[in-house]
Design a protein around this ligand. Structure first.
Ligand SMILES: [Zn+2]
Length: 103
């Protein structure tokens, strides 16, 4: 078993779990039920953790996550003029009208 992904935002971890499972990788969650009594735990101890069951799936799972995160980035762009974030459908910055910089 290998730790694949963890985040203090449990929704993000659940989301990644769904993505990886759809790609056919067997995964399991840890700290699934520790969210309630955070009192005595350090914050990081209560983070939801996503583990890959078979070590040989680890690289594949990482690739799946990386490509899904890249897809998220493709949904927007940052202006080269004022650094504001713009929707992917905008060709010009909403804030300063700088043209979208396509690398
Ligand atoms: Zn701008």
């Amino acid at each position: 078993m290998k730790l694949l992904y963890t985040n203090e935002n449990r929704l993000l971890v659940s989301n990644v779990k769904n993505i990886v499972e759809c790609a056919g990788v067997e995964v399991t969650l840890r700290n699934e039920f520790s969210g309630g009594g955070v009192g005595e735990l350090s914050t990081i101890d209560s983070w939801l953790e996503l583990w890959v069951v078979s070590d040989e799936d680890y690289e594949k799972a990482n690739d799946v996550i990386a490509s899904s995160i890249n897809a998220d980035n493709a949904q927007g762009w940052f202006c080269s003029g004022c650094a504001e974030k713009n929707d992917a459908s905008f060709d010009f910055c909403w804030n300063c009208q700088t043209e979208k910089n396509v690398d």
